[in-house]
Design a protein around this ligand. Structure first.
Ligand code: ZN
Length: 270
C-alpha cells in the first residue's frame, strides 16, 4: 500500500488548515506597512466616493450628454445583397430639423440638405439614386458653393480640443477629426468626417490639434465630380479601440466605429 493512503483523516484536516491559513498570514504581513489607497482610486467612472462606498454621480453633476444607444440596421446594397450593420439613430429628444444645428460651414441662407441620415429607416425608405448612388446614407450632404470654408467645430459635451486623424483621400479628399465626448458620466471618442473636399487646408496633418474654428479645407466635389457638396459623417469609436492606432482607411470600418446620426452630437445653432 502506498504510504500516503495511511495518513489519518485528522492529519489531513490539519494539513488543509495549514494550507488555508498560510495566505491569510501572508496578506496580513504584506498589508501592514502599506497605507490604504484613497477610495477614489477604486471608484469606477461615473461614480464618486462617499464614505466607504462608491455612489453614482448625483443629479445635476456633469455627466455629459445622453448616451445614445446603438441599434441594428440593414439594407440591400446595390448588388441586392443584404447588409446588416450597427448604427446610432437620432435620439427622440434631439431636433429632427437639420436647420437647428451648427454646421462646420457658413452658408448665407443656412444649410441646404441634399440628403440626410437614413440608416435608421427601413431598407425601402433609404436613399437610392444615380448621382448620390449609395444605398442608405450614414451622414448629411450639405449643398454649398465650391471653395466654402470648412472649419473644425466641437461636438456637444466635448472635452479638450479635437485631433486630426486623417487628411487625405478617403471619401474624395477627406478630413477626419477625433473628439473626446462625455456622455452618461464616461468618455468616449467620436469621429467627424468631412468629405468630397476641394482640398485640405495647408498644414493640416494627422496628429495635429484641431481647435474650434480652425480651417480644415474647402467644399468641393472630389470623388463626386459635378456634385459640389460636403458629406459630414459622425462615427462613435467602439469601446476598447484607440483610433490613433488605426490606419485612416479603417477608421470607418464597422470594427472600429459605429455610424451615428450627427444630430445626436452636433451643437445646436445659437
Ligand atoms: Zn454623403
Amino acid at each position: 500500500m502506498h504510504p500516503l493512503v495511511r495518513v489519518s483523516p485528522l492529519a489531513l484536516l490539519g494539513l488543509l488548515g495549514a494550507a488555508t491559513r498560510e495566505p491569510a498570514r501572508a496578506r496580513a504581513s504584506e498589508a501592514a506597512p502599506v497605507a490604504p489607497e484613497p477610495l477614489a482610486a477604486y471608484c469606477p467612472e461615473g461614480t464618486l466616493p462617499d464614505g466607504d462606498a462608491c455612489v453614482a454621480w448625483p443629479d445635476g453633476a456633469d455627466e455629459g450628454g445622453e448616451d445614445a444607444p446603438a441599434a441594428a440596421g440593414g439594407h440591400h446594397d446595390r448588388r441586392g445583397r443584404w447588409q446588416a450593420y450597427d448604427q446610432i439613430p437620432r435620439q427622440p429628444e434631439r431636433p429632427a430639423d437639420y436647420a437647428r444645428f451648427a454646421w462646420p460651414i457658413a452658408t448665407p441662407d443656412g444649410p441646404r440638405v441634399l440628403s440626410g441620415y437614413d440608416l435608421d429607416l427601413p431598407d425601402e425608405a433609404q436613399r437610392r439614386g444615380r448621382r448620390l448612388s449609395h444605398v442608405g446614407h450614414g451622414g448629411v450632404d450639405l449643398a454649398a458653393p465650391r471653395g466654402t470654408e470648412v472649419h473644425a467645430s466641437p461636438l456637444e459635451h466635448q472635452e479638450g480640443d479635437a485631433e486630426v486623424l486623417c487628411a487625405g483621400k478617403l471619401f474624395g479628399t477627406t478630413d477626419i477629426t477625433r473628439h473626446t465626448v462625455r456622455a452618461a458620466g464616461r468618455v468616449h471618442d467620436s469621429l467627424v468626417l468631412v468629405g468630397h473636399l476641394d482640398g485640405v487646408a495647408p498644414g493640416v496633418r494627422a496628429g495635429d490639434t484641431a481647435r474650434a474654428g480652425d480651417l480644415l479645407g474647402w467644399v468641393g466635389d472630389s470623388a463626386s465630380p459635378g456634385l459640389v457638396h460636403l458629406h459630414l459623417e459622425v462615427r462613435r469609436v467602439r469601446d476598447g479601440v484607440d483610433p490613433r492606432r488605426v490606419p485612416a482607411t479603417q477608421l470607418v470600418a464597422p470594427e472600429t466605429s459605429i455610424v451615428c446620426d450627427p444630430r445626436n452630437v452636433l451643437p445646436l445653432a445659437p
